[in-house]
Design a protein around this ligand. Sequence first.
Ligand code: CAA
Ligand code: NAD
Length: 296
Amino acid sequence: MSSPRDADTDHGRITRVGVVGAGLMGAGIAEVCARAHVDVLVWESTKELAAAGRARILDSLDRGVSSGKITERERDRAALRLRFTTDLEDFEDRQLVIEAIVEDEAAKTAVFRELDQVIDDPQAVLASNTSSIPIMKLGTATTRPERVIGMHFFNPVPVLPLVELVSTLETGETVRARAEDFAQQVLGKQVVHSADRSGAVVNALLVPYLLSAIRMSESGHATPEDIDRAMVLGCAHPMGPLSLADHVGLDTVKAIADSMYAEFKEPLYSPPPLLLRMVEAGRLGKKSGHGFYRYA
Ligand code: CAA
Ligand code: NAD
């Protein structure tokens, strides 16, 4: 007799996803999964943060409706596919978990250790949305490093089409194929593959650029407004580098720079003092209402 779980072979479609964290990225990842007809369970550490994450997703779904990307019916159905919990043990039946908590190795390692204990399905895929922490460090926190992979989405997740897949020395070929199938066929994203190097492809190129713009502002070379206008008007970027740093979150930019510097020991990844001072001052960009710019 076969049970529904028997149908979940490595080649079966993933229909039950867990998202750990409902900040900027976790909320976006949960939203795109729910919009793609996937059952989504989202973890946050407190009921208040879970409620804030839910509100963030509902706002974004409303924006999807007002910009004509989804219908009201699709919004309502997506909202019904989202459930929240503060207990990671509720993830036991998940086939894919995407971790999207703060860019902190110790915090992420603790999550992977716990997921390893609670997830029943030996074929489940354990993924991290980390921007810069080597995936192998997360894999070795589990007893199943071959099931661990990087699935790196881009902000805003409902808008940007890329997912970087980061495979470690241990990641199994079936895991890579299953994650690719989910990103492309279920979520409709486009995939590029990267070796397990801090920053994968995009951040290895983007972060030195953002840090250079911060150094340029710090040295008085040009104002933040002129640096941003130059790159928008001169290179047709959708936003300038200092706006983009505010959009990503300056705490996250600093954390990414720290782990890329730890990996490569190259000065171009070293966070400039102005960035450190802004993070210490609580100027985290859009998320705190103040970064290089002020937000209402
Ligand atoms: N759901 C669906 N669609 C949405 C949406 C939502 N929640 N929110 C916005 N959109 C759509 C809009 O309908 C609009 O679509 P059209 O162009 O077809 O009309 C499009 O997205 C742009 O939205 P807006 O007009 O509201 O906003 P904008 O034109 O000012 O663009 C932006 C805002 C999308 C953020 C754009 O400025 C942008 O792409 N900036 C660059 C962002 C970027 O580089 N992100 C990567 C950061 S690095 C990273 O993510 C990795 C890391 O590890 C740090
Ligand atoms: P965020 O600050 O918006 O959210 C952080 C989340 O982590 C929140 O859900 C918070 O409750 C949770 N959290 C904080 N400390 C925790 C702890 N000790 N244990 C468990 N949970 C904790 O951050 P974000 O921008 O959503 O980034 C999340 C992840 O996504 C990071 O790994 C980041 O590098 C990556 N990422 C960020 C961006 C971006 O543009 N912001 C883009 C791609 C990837």
